[in-house]
Design a protein around this ligand. Structure first.
Ligand SMILES: [Zn+2]
Length: 54
């Protein structure tokens, strides 16, 4: 099973749900970088939010 990860513009590698924060607005929550709060692309965030460190 492959893991998704996203390299934020601030340099942080987002690999797990806890690396992101959510911002509620409208129907869907927006996923943001936990460090700089730059939005993570929704398709990528949807994969990452199911990943947890084992
Ligand atoms: Zn960031």
């Amino acid at each position: 099973m492959s893991q998704s990860s996203y390299r934020c513009t601030c340099g942080k590698t987002i690999q797990y749900k806890q690396d992101m924060v959510t911002e509620r607005g409208g129907v869907r929550a927006t996923w943001l970088c936990g460090d700089c709060r730059t939005p993570v692309p929704s398709v990528t965030a949807e994969k990452i939010r199911h990943q947890h460190p084992s």
